[in-house]
Write a protein that binds this ligand. Structure first.
Ligand code: G
Ligand code: G
Ligand code: MN
Ligand code: NA
Length: 250
């Protein structure tokens, strides 16, 4: 397709960028991590959302070189940040099926010098359902390297409590559709409370995504949520806007 050809060209010629959105400790609002998010400014169409081009990249196999570029960029950026916080990177299920992910992660950590514990990999529930055994093996290999694993968009898929117990996750990210219903939809609010209680009993950190109001933040803090992410506290920004480490010169 035309979109595929344009995407291939953009990847080769630097038309694709990573932006970073902060995650904050719920209690103090301190930045704990930044999530890397792909941005593509198409020369004719303008900004194209990853929600549109990631599926194309997955169908054509372009996702593998694209995902390698994302991991390298994100880890190199994080290694140069003034504050040594976590960088979160979204993964595609295709990387689990044929990406040799543990080897890629080891290679990129070594080449960028980023300590493994500062890298958090986000996966979605679909992955766990497609090929649970294969995914589990790869996740164990990643955990053995010391990277952290987060389950993204939690609540929108089909995963059950047994998935949460079986897979070595460190964190759950509550999908923004639930967060945004806080204060508006009592049904969704009950789901948020249940996810927080579940996370606490399974000793998982819980991040709420899509926090847009002080009311939502207040509710989440009172319910013991660990972390928040959303337009209220910070939008995704270009890499250059995050303070870098002072370079020591002789
Ligand atoms: O940033 P935005 O809301 O436009 O992202 C839309 C979707 O694209 C989200 O589901 C997000 O997880 C996904 N996405 C953004 N960056 C990446 C990336 O680097 N890799 C993968 N696999 N998905 C990404
Ligand atoms: O699927 P994933 O959770 O990785 O997608 C994250 C996406 O959510 C990003 O593209 C980001 O732009 C978007 N996002 C982050 N914070 C907010 C928010 O407060 N409100 C809305 N509507 N979208 C958000
Ligand atoms: Mn994510
Ligand atoms: Na999400």
């Amino acid at each position: 397709s035309q979109l595929e050809r344009d995407l291939r060209l953009a990847l080769a010629e630097g038309g694709i960028a990573l932006h970073f959105q902060p995650l904050h400790a719920c209690a103090t609002r301190e930045v704990t991590a930044y999530e890397a998010l792909l941005r593509w400014h198409h020369p004719v169409r303008g900004p194209v959302s990853p929600a549109e081009f990631i599926p194309v990249a997955e169908e054509t196999g372009l996702i593998l070189p694209l995902a390698r570029w994302v991991l390298e960029e994100a880890c190199a950026a994080a290694a140069a940040w003034e504050r040594p916080c976590t960088v979160a990177v979204n993964l595609s299920p295709v990387q689990f099926r044929r990406g040799n992910l543990p080897a890629l992660v080891a290679e990129v950590l070594a080449s960028t010098g980023l300590p493994a514990h500062r890298l958090e990999l986000e996966v979605t529930e679909g992955l766990l359902i497609e090929d649970a055994e294969g995914a589990l093996e790869i996740m164990r290999a990643l955990k053995a390297q010391g990277v952290r694993l987060a389950l993204d968009d939690f609540g929108t898929g089909y995963s059950s409590l047994s998935y949460l117990r079986r897979f070595p996750f460190d964190k759950l990210k509550i999908d923004k559709s639930f967060t945004q219903a806080i204060g508006a939809d009592p049904g969704a609010q009950v789901i948020v409370e249940a996810i927080l209680a579940m996370g606490q009993s399974l000793k998982l950190r819980v991040t709420a995504e899509g926090v847009e109001t002080e009311e939502q933040l207040d509710f989440l803090r009172r319910q013991g949520c660990d972390e928040v992410q959303g337009f209220l506290l910070g939008r995704p920004v270009p890499a250059g806007q995050i303070p870098g480490r002072a370079v020591v010169t002789a």
